[in-house]
Write a new protein. Sequence first.
Length: 660
Amino acid sequence: MELQFYHILIPFLPLAGFIINLLLGKEVTRYKAHWPAVLSVAGSWVCSLFALRDVMAGKIINADLYSWIVSGTFKVSVGFLIDPLTAVMLIVVTTCATLIHIYAIGYMHGDTGYYRFFAYMNLFTFCMLMLVIGNNFLQLYFGWEGVGLCSYFLIGYYFNKKSAADAGKKAFIVNRFGDFGFGIGVFMIFLTFGTLHYSDVFPNVSVMIGQRVNFLGWNVDLPTLVALLLFCGSIGKSAQIPLHVWLPDAMEGPTPVSALIHAATMVTAGVFLVARCSPIFNLSEVAMNTVAIVGATTALFAATIAITQNDIKRIIAYSTCSHLGLMFLACGVGAYAAGIFHLYTHAFFKALLFLAAGSVIHAVHTNDIQEMGGLKKYMPITYAVFILAALSAAGVPGFSGFFSKDEIIWSAYASHSSVGKLVWLMGTAVAFLTPFYTFRLIFLTFHGTNRAVHHAEQDGHGASHGSGHDTHHGEHRFHESPKIMTVPLMFLAAGAVAAGWIGIPPILGGGAHFAEFLKPVVGHPEFHGTHAEEWAVMGLSTTIALIGIALAAFLYLRKTDLPDRIAKTFKGLYNILYNKYYIDELYHYTIIKPTMWIASNILVAITDAKIIEGIVNGVPGAIGRFSQSLRKIQTGLVEHYGIFMAAGAVFIIALVLLLR
């Protein structure tokens, strides 16, 4: 099928919104900047629906818009590939982005950088759409780096706040490590195939089989090397161990940023990359096992941290790390469709969790759940949607998250992967921890007595952590958020409940339509296992999820003094989890401090001060000193000049006589 005009509008409408607010925002649109921003993203959503219709009708679009780079045999175009995988990503990105943009109208109301915020959000959406819609690796890399740059802008949006500025830098720098490997992987693909276009690479990946290359002195398998280099980018962008440390700190940005970046767009780019490059990953068992183990380890690691955190957005951030790990677990055992299915359902319930948390912060002006409590009666809509999102995230039967989460766990159990049973056990443990920490958050936030007033009366002040305002809790009247914020929550709640119904497995009477839709792109792996085993695996994960909810209710609704007693009894373990396994401290002392020492004592003190400054200042200084000496000859006395001329003439005559 030929490229249609509405296909082109999908990424370029948000770009138009960005340009309008960038050029006119300060003087013209100002506090109406949401109009071009929201309308452009909503228009992109409508165009994405038309693209989905085309794909469902069996039409695949692979067309170049224009030549981007032509240099000898190296030719890359700006092109569009719209297939089932792209269609899913377009719907996820544009649907969530539209609702988040609308929500942000209320959340960011009165902010001094209103137009700047919406300009950044539009630019971010454009870059993400270019990433998923491109038909070649260079365009993917362009969008990849674009969302990284925009995340720096948005995470550090409150740039006058040091913690926010530092968080933006941290996200940007940490991602450079992963993106460096990703970039080398793209080079390796070009050196192997002589092109970067998907249509020329993926059908011919078999040429890599059996090839070995020398990489940094090691003789390695080419498919394994390329796959792992590409996965480096996924580890950074999707916040997997060991490059996970940027995502929790990214909560310093406004809550709509957290919802957009960490639920539906940037962090899912890594999972999309692995699924898109599945033909390459399928050639290497080592790469597949690495993806599965890294994903499962991150999922369990982040979930254990989340159970001790008190910042409402950081808990959800660690939940994001954990669920992304489950997606990689699925991809690592060959169940790419299950991983993308969870990406799809996760976008709805995680965006809802972030925005509902933003609604709470908007009302109470604190991020600390220990300073909340009893908000259910003040914020009934926020409470209701929070419950729905939590039930979906917990994998309770009937909700979207249940179908995608259980598909992953069953895929791990029934896969032919050599690490399948190991990652299945780790995924099952995550199925217990997720509902526990999610409902711990809900019970401490919405149930019990209101601790906000109590803390304010003791401290004599109230601190804001996200809204930009200080409010005395004792004088604050809690209330539900305005409709401009609650209506998007309701639409996301519908997705959290029902979006997963299109992927109901055959064992539950469904047709696994989502997996069938993606089959032409990512295939359908063979699994071994009986229906009885599938029922058992599903029953086990569901039972322990319900136990997790019950345990949270017991500890935080009934025996409310017990959590503190447990924390004191197991103080060492609690401190390890609360301090995030001290990974940030480890990086500080092993990477940051040595780097800063080298920068200050070698790069600055020697390279800059001695060499560069020596050259820059030394050469003019030498010329100046020579000039000072030469000036002494210019006395202005005629007799001195006559003597110099006579001496010069004598010197020249003597030199001529000597050389004859």
